[in-house]
Write a protein that binds this ligand. Structure first.
Ligand SMILES: Nc1ncnc2c1ncn2[C@@H]1O[C@H](COP(=O)(O)OP(=O)(O)OP(=O)(O)O)[C@@H](O)[C@H]1O
Ligand SMILES: [Mg+2]
Length: 340
């Protein structure tokens, strides 16, 4: 050990990069979400109806990481006659259908015939396996795939299928997806699904407005720093460095980890045992600059020029997108007629 850190000197660069890639920090917002999901899981065992949860988060907010982490908290148990799967996690396929969603979940339950049979057969098999494997909670990532991106219409068929799955099995479901996916639950005609998802939550980026928010971001950076596979601390949580990281990432975990992981690799290439400002600057140029080309590299800016510039998020509104897509289809049809 060097100080509190293990001695990484004998490890290969690849091994050290692998460690950087596997860094996981259970930050306070994540803890709250885990508690909320845990409540849904436990409370559903005694409640009249399962308590289902929706969690929204922007790209890179840590949605899939949360899913995988929660799954690991409840590992599978191999019994003589069956495998117990307390938490079943799946990913909604794009252009979801009752058939491909049932298959995705059957695959996670290692059903060798996951893609066999009609939608009805697959669903019946899934319900049986959910009972046999003692599934207590289902988490579905990429919930926004319940919308057809060509027409921006909510796929009613699969929404109804999900409602029936909840009723048939009594197992609570956590839906995870882009923030706009909440509109799927609130879409006209989806009232039955909406009623089952009264708990709505989100994974927000870190903030920088209040002392408490800054503290939380700096604690996050300190924990990342402690886990970096380098022999010396990088002091990422120093107030000025933390502010630079914030300006570079707007507190998005995915962006923070992208720049820090790449900087680690660059540091190792240069034989360094800590992340220097110029290493972070080079990593930013490579990995984050393209997202906001007009932004001056915050790791090269003078302190007095540092600013938090909000990202512009595309506002998704299904009703508007669906109207636009119908209009476009009509216009295309008309132009076809005119050409003939
Ligand atoms: N709590 C965390 N600690 C450390 N790294 C994290 C954490 N949460 C997310 N990350 C990292 O941030 C990156 C993005 O995370 P993740 O893929 O979970 O985001 P996402 O919300 O699922 O994104 P998308 O919407 O694009 O699917 C990953 O590299 C992941 O390792
Ligand atoms: Mg994801």
């Amino acid at each position: 050990m060097i100080g509190k850190r293990p001695d990484y000197s004998k490890m290969t660069k690849m091994k050290r990069c692998e460690l950087a890639e596997s860094i996981f920090i259970e930050h306070p917002r994540l803890k709250e979400l885990i508690a909320q999901i845990r409540h849904a899981q436990l409370y559903s065992e005694i409640s009249a109806e399962p308590e289902c949860v929706f969690v929204g988060g922007l790209p890179g907010a840590g949605k899939t990481t949360l899913t995988e982490h929660y799954e690991q908290l409840f590992p599978r148990v191999i019994h003589e006659d069956r495998v117990e799967v307390p938490v079943l996690c799946g990913r909604v396929p794009s252009k979801a259908t009752d058939k491909n969603l049932a298959t995705a979940l059957l695959l996670k339950l290692e059903d060798p015939a996951a893609d066999k049979g009609t939608a009805f057969n697959r669903t019946m098999r899934l319900c049986r396996f959910i009972r046999v494997c003692g599934v207590r909670l289902i988490i579905l990532d990429e919930f926004q795939h319940f919308v057809d991106k060509d027409s921006w219409r909510v796929l009613k068929n699969v929404s109804d299928w999900l409602k029936n799955l909840i009723d048939e099995t009594g197992v609570p479901i956590v839906l995870i997806g882009m923030p706009y996916a909440v509109e799927i639950l609130d879409a006209p005609g989806n009232e039955q699904l909406q009623r089952r998802f009264s708990v709505r939550s989100s994974i927000e980026p870190f903030g920088w407005d209040t002392d408490e928010e800054r503290k939380q971001f700096r604690v996050f950076l300190r924990k990342v720093d402690e886990k970096l596979p380098l022999n010396e601390p990088s002091y990422l949580s120093d107030p000025l460095t933390a502010f630079r990281v914030y300006c570079a990432t707007n507190g998005r975990v995915g962006k923070v980890m992208k720049v820090v992981r790449r900087a680690t690799e660059l540091a190792l290439d240069d034989g360094l045992e800590r992340l220097r400002l110029d290493t972070l600057a080079a990593a930013y140029d490579e990995r984050l600059m393209a997202d906001q080309p007009e932004r001056v590299n915050p790791f090269r800016s003078r302190q007095e020029d540092l600013r938090v510039v909000p990202f512009e998020e595309p506002q998704m509104n299904f009703a508007a997108m669906s109207r636009r897509s119908r209009r476009k289809a009509r216009e295309e049809a008309i132009s076809h007629v005119l050409r003939v």
